[in-house]
Ligand binder design. Structure first.
Ligand code: GLN
Length: 376
């Protein structure tokens, strides 16, 4: 017997479906992701904290879940909304079903709803606050009440909630090499990575390029990072609004007083911009998918990229010291910046996309080149 579940949006829309994962209730910002693969990476990406994700691809869970395709050590999304959960799972690496995985992570989800109708609402009105109530007692009133009570992500500092509590070192696991990220040479560079909600594949790709990585909590003062004498500082992706992360903006400003190369991805990109005097803004429905065309403004080439962001840097706010390097060909929003006076640059999308297009992976090599240039 299936258990009922109800999804409500703050605009009053209701969807009646079947519970997947844990019984209970959850609320957050509802966003749609158009990627056809990668549901486990999406669920474990800390950038999705306090977001309920709906996947536009209709069959989710076919390949089960495994121990490797994770971007952190647990499910981070606030909930999952899908069209259809298959009856069986099949993959040589599968260790269990998506349904059991959600349940063991205490994540509430809903299946058997019209995700096309939902996505059209989110596309036309922008991301909505919403709630899922799952269980025999689920009521539409409760779901609506929860959806309306969610305060929204604007102004919410979540980096300090998802960051690690202590300093730790990334150690490359065997399978990473098997997965084709290249041989890890002897570590040539010491990189300190600010963890605002870092995805493991970023650490894998840095390690594969010869970086020894020390991951530090989001609120670590710059003085502690500089005392580690790093060759480069990395600013990670992460959830929530960049603007209230004043501790991070201050620390990045202090790092930028040195000549140490800095590379930022997604939230890290937004924070580099804010630290340089630019402004960020909330987008309508944001960018969440694995087929977003982005143009390199230096040579006009177009790359297909993986994206996951709901805020963006306002290009019209860029100060003298920041140059636009990339833009989205979907909506023209800013996708990359470079400091004109420092070895610092950042990208809004995800060069570490896994799964996803690898067109932007060379940005990791650019970071390596900056560190090489400084140590030469
Ligand atoms: N993936 C990310 O780092 C997301 C950054 C930020 N939370 C946003 O939604 O724009």
């Amino acid at each position: 017997m299936s258990t009922p579940a109800i999804l409500a949006l703050a605009d009053g829309s209701l969807f009646y479906g079947t519970a997947i994962g844990a019984d209970g209730e959850t609320s957050g910002e509802v966003v749609f992701n158009t990627a056809m693969t990668g549901y486990q990476e999406i669920l474990t990406d800390p950038s999705y904290s306090r977001q309920i994700v709906t996947l536009t691809y209709p069959h989710i869970g076919n390949t089960g879940v495994n121990e490797e395709d994770v971007e952190s050590d647990r499910v981070q999304a606030a909930g999952l909304i899908i069209r259809d959960l298959p009856l069986t799972t099949s993959n040589w690496r599968s260790k269990g079903s998506l349904d059991d995985y959600l349940r063991s992570n205490n994540i509430v989800g809903i299946a058997d709803i019209d995700t096309r109708r939902l996505t059209r609402i989110l596309r036309d009105k922008g991301s909505q606050n919403g709630a899922i109530v799952a269980g025999a007692e689920a009521t539409a009133e409760r779901a609506l009440e929860l959806a309306k009570a969610f305060p929204g992500l604007k102004g919410m500092d979540l980096a300090k909630e998802v960051t690690s509590e202590k300093v730790w070192n990334w150690t490359q696991s065997e399978w990473t090499l098997d997965a084709g990220y290249g041989e890890r040479g002897d570590a040539r560079f010491k990189v300190v990575a600010y963890d605002y909600g870092v995805k493991f594949n970023i650490l894998r790709m840095l390690a594969a390029r010869g970086c020894d990585i020390t991951v530090v909590p989001a609120q670590t003062p710059a003085s502690e990072v500089l005392a580690m004498n790093p060759d480069g500082v990395f600013l990670s992706n992460g959830p929530g609004d960049p603007e209230p992360c004043d501790y991070a903006i201050k620390a990045i400003q202090e790092v930028l007083e040195t000549e140490i190369p800095v590379f930022g991805i997604c939230l890290g990109h937004q924070l580099l911009a804010l630290a340089s005097g630019a402004k960020s803004m909330k987008m309508g429905h944001g960018h969440h998918g694995a087929n977003h065309p982005v143009q390199n403004l230096a040579d006009g080439t177009v790359m297909i990229t993986s994206q996951n962001h709901g805020f963006a840097v306002d290009e019209s706010s860029l100060p003298e010291t920041l140059k636009a390097t990339h833009k989205s060909l979907f909506d023209g929003t800013l996708q990359g910046i470079r400091r004109t006076d420092k070895p610092a640059f950042s990208f809004q999308g995800h060069p570490e996309a896994s799964p996803g297009p690898h067109d932007v992976a060379p940005l990791f090599d650019e970071f390596i080149r900056l560190m090489e240039a400084r140590s030469a």
